[in-house]
Design a protein around this ligand. Structure first.
Ligand SMILES: [Zn+2]
Length: 366
């Protein structure tokens, strides 16, 4: 969300799987279909492409039971279910074509029938877990894939390769592909029709995907006609270059500096506020600031020791501007480079408290 990201070509396998979802739901929601219709052979006939053993494994006893519950819903419920899927699964295309407003349906229409909502949620989540787990996955016919099927780890690796991104797209912290998790931007618990939609899958660090940070928060003004308008989107409307990091003046000298994110275009302030509410960036980066400053103080100490001279303010401010440029050049690759650039630039521009702390190195014994 902080960085521009794109889906890797391997996402084609997920698009094929979303097509399987659509074929299945159309079959289940056909007025002529009921629980008795739904058998393994019936699903194989609907899908045709995937190998029979794959379909058998996907369905299992539990999968067929969930399908039968949907097949037994009444006609109006089936219409709503299919309409919700067809609407929600088009959100990626809509955002890609520049739409800012989009109304997601999710399962809100089924509050009067929680059993049906649960069956639909469980069935669509099944496409993600266990079917997208390591060792499972998807392999669209006729689409090239280096080996086996596209599972979650292969998707994360393809994403990292394709984007040349060394940091978490949400928080700018460390992202090791082998330890990355996949966040559902719109939580699959509420928007299960997006459980496998590529545009809804964002490799992110464990911290961002945790319940304490983004977790299952819903990045929408739920129910508003413009429910997506005041939010960034990880693939189609990123915050990159759309905000600046500012440091509030301390009320007391030893108080940790508070951060503020300000939209460069004032019309986007609500998006920036929502972004911070979703990811707690000012708090997270504020906690990292001390660590970043200590690293620079250590560098200044070494320089003072080697040159055996005092740091003058002009020289220090030039050094800070150089560090800010280095951080800017490391954007997308060096962790917390956004924070680093911001505080070095603020200090280089004359932030009194930052400068005072850095110049205090002069008072230390060499
Ligand atoms: Zn993160």
């Amino acid at each position: 969300m902080l960085h521009r990201i794109q889906l890797p070509p391997e996402a084609a396998h997920l698009r094929w799987a979303v097509d399987l979802q659509e074929r299945l739901l159309r079959g289940l929601c056909d007025p002529a279909t009921n629980a008795g219709t739904v058998t393994l052979a019936w699903v194989q006939g609907l899908w045709n492409d995937p190998p029979k053993p794959w379909v058998k494994k996907f369905c299992g006893r539990k999968g067929l039971a969930l399908m039968r519950k949907i097949a037994d819903a009444n006609a109006a419920e089936k219409d709503s279910l299919l309409a919700a899927f067809l609407n929600d699964s088009k959100c990626g295309q809509a955002f890609a074509s520049g739409a800012v407003r989009f109304r997601l349906h999710g399962l809100a229409a089924f509050s009067a029938n929680p059993a049906l909502a649960k069956s639909a949620r469980d069935l669509f989540e099944r496409f993600y877990k266990p079917q997208f787990d390591a060792g499972a996955g998807y392999s669209a016919p006729g689409v090239k894939l280096a080996k086996g099927q596209l599972d979650r780890p292969a998707f994360v690796s393809a994403f990292a390769r394709h984007n040349d991104l060394g940091v978490c797209p949400y928080c700018d912290g460390t992202l090791t592909p082998s330890r990355a998790e996949v966040d559902h931007f719109y939580p699959k618990s509420e928007y299960p029709f997006l459980a496998l939609l590529p545009e809804n899958l964002v490799p992110a660090c464990k911290g961002c995907n945790s319940i304490q940070v983004k977790g299952v928060q819903v990045p929408l003004e739920v129910g508003a006609t413009n429910e997506t308008a005041d939010w960034f989107h990880p693939y189609h409307r990123t915050a990159d270059g759309d905000f600046r990091v500012e440091f509030l003046p301390p009320r007391m000298n030893d108080e940790p500096r508070q951060l503020r994110l300000t939209a460069i275009d004032p019309n986007h302030q609500a998006r920036v506020k929502n972004l911070n509410g979703l990811l707690s960036l000012t708090e997270y980066w504020g906690n990292r600031l001390r660590h970043r400053m200590q690293a620079k103080i250590a560098a200044l100490r070494t320089r003072r020791r080697n040159q055996k001279g005092r740091l003058d303010e002009t020289g220090l401010r030039e050094q800070l501007q150089d560090w800010a440029k280095e951080a800017a050049a490391g954007r997308r690759h060096l962790e917390f480079s956004i924070l680093e650039e911001a505080w070095c630039r603020a200090a280089g521009d004359g932030d009194a408290q930052f400068l005072e702390e850095l110049l205090a190195v002069n008072n230390e014994p060499c």
